[in-house]
Design a binder for this molecule. Structure first.
Ligand code: AMP
Length: 111
């Protein structure tokens, strides 16, 4: 069954896209937890970070590269969090790998 992010990637569902390349998209989170809350999503569907095979780990380089660029573009480069939830108990609700880029307010320590 396809996830909501696959529908966004295919264009079936609309989103506020802030970046797109051959391998990744970045969109604004629909339920932002901070003034800047972006989702960086590989187009290839991995259920979570835990399922990315070694031969595909180059996607992580791209994610970091795009995160750094978006943090600058959204003016949070000195104060942001980049995270991915793995598993229901960690808060994952969409089972297609994605990274949250969260900033634009004082974030404080992780809970
Ligand atoms: P997670 O709980 O880590 O799996 O994160 C999923 C995120 O996707 C949540 O922060 C949701 O607010 C966000 N989300 C769900 N549906 C959409 C959507 N249609 N457009 C943008 N963000 C979404």
């Amino acid at each position: 069954m396809s996830t909501i992010f696959e529908k966004i990637i295919s264009g079936e569902l609309s989103s506020e896209k802030v970046f797109e390349s051959e391998t990744l998209i970045a969109i604004k989170d629909i339920n932002p937890q901070a003034p800047v809350h972006l989702l960086i999503i590989p187009k290839k569907a991995y259920p979570s970070l835990q399922e990315v095979p070694k031969e595909d780990l180059s996607i992580m380089r791209e994610i970091i590269d795009v995160s750094q660029a978006l943090a600058k573009k959204f003016e949070v480069a000195d104060n942001y969090r980049l995270l991915t939830n793995i598993g229901i108990k960690a808060g994952q609700s969409v089972f297609h790998l994605h990274f949250h880029l969260i900033g634009g307010k004082e974030l404080g320590p992780m809970a």
